[in-house]
Design a protein around this ligand. Structure first.
Ligand SMILES: Nc1ncnc2c1ncn2[C@@H]1O[C@H](COP(=O)(O)OP(=O)(O)OP(=O)(O)O)[C@@H](O)[C@H]1O
Length: 606
């Protein structure tokens, strides 16, 4: 669970500048008090009452310097001089000390934290993305960072300096008449104490609301992602109704619990402030009438105490704003503390000590491998497999038999619960994870296309590829066949804001992209399953040209894709049940022959 310490830690790199700017802003708030003080002293001069000791000394000092007699005019000049410095001279300095540095720190921290959040996102394991959809993640990060950005200048530039100002006012009143100071101090402590007590309770509600809102955002994000399904099933109305119920609930909590709480707090605060001010007025008047304080001090005390009480509302409001944003800041820090697991480039164990052995030949050995997403529910059990360099091995089996999971383990997205995988005799856990993954490439069933030109997409895994490499890969993957027909050829923008590629074209782009990365091990994960016959045939031909050029693993439901494989590995319930060539396996009774017969004839045979 993140805490206030994490929130403050956000600004750790900037602490010297932060301390200096907060200190300067506080000093400005405090020196401002010289104005009512000097005004009170002017009143004393005008009503022929004595000046305070230090002021009298300054006047005498100035009289000595200038050779003029100590008189009222000189005293007024000193006091006016003080007021001039504190108001007119201070005015152009204030925005720099009061705004520039706080916003400068805040905006720098914003940049750093967006960067760190992205670094975190890039390092988090795939499991995190299985559990959190893009809407939830983006909302959490954006709200957390932007609330930090807005809050820091308010807290550093206003809240803290104002608290110092109130403290200084307390000291000034104390110096004038300690009894009034105590009455003032007690009333202030009571008001602030009540404010913070109430805010703590409101923060707890805000934290619960934050989580609820995240779930709402997450659903909205799913609606966007799955919009085709929503439209196809015509569930727009029910989706709207469902979200509307959540919005209504949110409104009820925000309005009747949080907002109401803040208004109650403001009511209480305003009443206490006015009552306290009235009390201080009465008490000061009493002390003045009793002759214990001068007329000047009467005015000064009333002015500074009303200045202090007038700070109560802004302090309270700033504290409220902080409280309202605190929950999302805490969520952001919880996100930043999410464990990164082993699926991270920089945290690979022994990455620094064990160099990548280059080049790989592409021999893969899987030894007694077991794994389960939930340790009590094994998905793969005791897998033993050896794939020689440049061999093509197909993984087949029923849906859910663990084929994709095996590939995820090969990519080191998860740690096996038992056993290990070696590449060219080296345990893959000992290799630098980024260096190792660059030796692999995968063509998924759904090929991701980034917003950019076709060429940029092709070069995604290897921007340094030569034109010849690109040309050759595009020839093998049959990208050239469609690329030249695009409006601007390879310079055509595809993806989010560009031309939509068909399923077959995306697949071919995926294969070319993988080939351009020149991997030692290439994996096709059901690359043809979603395609029509013609596109499938084109992809099969492309794959056929790749077979034998590097170690290749093909996951396929359509067995026609893998007839040429050197070995076919049949998985069932997370175990290897058969291994052999297409011909071998057809001659044996078993799962492969059953699946094959089913695909050829549509008949289920025992
Ligand atoms: N991220 C995950 N978290 C938890 N369980 C998972 C996850 N991914 C897959 N599984 C489970 O692991 C088992 C194997 O899934 P896997 O995707 O490896 O099978 P597959 O053979 O590739 O299936 P298909 O051919 O349908 O793609 C399934 O029971 C599935 O529910």
């Amino acid at each position: 669970m993140a805490s206030l310490r994490d929130v403050l830690g956000f600004y750790r790199p900037y602490w010297p500048l932060a301390a200096a700017s907060i200190g300067a802003a506080s000093v400005l708030e405090v020196v401002d008090l010289a104005v009512p003080y000097a005004t009170g002293q002017i009143l004393n001069v005008l009503s022929r009452q004595p000046l305070d000791g230090p002021v009298q000394q300054w006047v005498e000092e100035l009289a000595r310097w200038t050779g003029r007699p100590v008189e009222g005019v000189l005293a007024l000049a000193v006091l006016m001089g003080i007021i001039f410095v504190v108001t007119v001279v201070r005015a152009p300095i204030q925005p720099w000390l009061g705004q520039w540095f706080h916003w400068d720190i805040s905006l720098r921290a914003r940049r750093d934290n967006f960067r760190q959040a992205l670094e975190k996102l890039l390092r988090l394991p795939l499991e995190f993305y299985d559990e959190n959809n893009p809407g939830r993640i983006a909302g959490m990060v954006a709200r957390g960072v932007s609330n930090h950005t807005w809050t820091y200048p308010e807290v550093a530039g206003q809240l803290i300096p104002k608290l110092f100002r109130v403290l200084a006012i307390f000291v000034v009143i104390w110096l004038i008449e300690w009894r009034i100071a105590i009455a003032f101090g007690v009333s202030f402590a009571l008001i602030l104490g009540l404010t913070f007590w109430k805010l703590k309770r409101l923060v707890a509600i805000e934290e619960r609301l934050e989580r609820y809102e995240e779930d709402t955002e997450s659903r909205t994000s799913e609606i966007i992602t799955n919009i085709k399904t929503v439209k196809a099933f015509a569930t727009e109305r029910s989706e709207l109704a469902r979200q509307n119920r959540r919005f209504e609930r949110e409104l009820l909590v925000i309005d009747y619990r949080i907002h109401l709480g803040y208004v109650q707090l403001s009511t209480l605060r305003a009443t206490l402030v006015q009552a306290s001010m009235f009390g201080v007025l009465g008490f000061t008047l009493w002390e003045t009438l009793a002759g214990r304080i001068s007329l000047g001090h009467f005015v000064t005390t009333l002015t500074v105490s009303s200045m202090a009480y007038s700070e109560v509302s802004p302090i309270g409001e700033l504290a409220e704003v902080f409280a309202r944003r605190y929950a999302s800041m805490i969520r952001f820090h919880e996100f930043m503390a999410t464990p990164e697991g082993t699926d991270t480039v920089s945290l690979a164990p022994a990455a620094a000590t064990v160099p990548v052995v280059q080049p790989f030949a592409g021999e893969l050995t899987i030894e007694n491998l077991s794994f389960g997403y939930d340790p009590n529910r094994p998905v793969l059990e005791n897998i033993d497999l050896k794939i020689l360099p440049r061999q093509t091995v197909a993984l087949v089996g029923r849906s859910g038999s663990g084929k994709s999971t095996l590939v995820k383990l090969l990519f080191r997205y998860f740690e096996p619960t038992q056993g290990l995988i070696r590449i060219d005799s080296q345990d893959i856990r000992e290799l630098d994870v980024a260096g190792y993954r660059r030796r692999l490439a995968i063509v998924h069933q759904e090929v991701d296309v980034f917003n950019g030109t076709l060429l940029e997409n092709l070069l995604y895994g290897n921007p340094a590829a030569t034109p010849d490499q690109v040309r050759e890969a595009c020839r093998i993957a049959r990208v050239d066949e469609f690329a030249l027909k695009l409006p601007r050829g390879y310079a055509t923008v595809v993806g989010e804001r560009g031309l939509r590629l068909s399923g077959g074209q995306r697949q071919r782009l995926g294969i070319a992209r993988a080939l351009i990365a020149d991997p030692d091990v290439l994996i096709f994960d059901e690359a043809t399953s979603s395609l029509d016959y013609e596109s499938e045939r084109a992809i099969q031909l492309a794959m056929g040209d790749v077979f034998g050029t590097r170690t290749t693993i093909v996951i396929a439901h359509r067995l026609s894709t893998i007839r040429e494989a050197d070995a076919i590995v049949v998985l069932d319930g997370g175990r290897i049940v058969q291994v052999g060539t297409h011909q071998d396996l057809l001659t044996q009774p078993g799962l492969y022959r059953r699946l094959h017969t089913l695909q050829e004839t549509g008949e289920l045979v025992g």
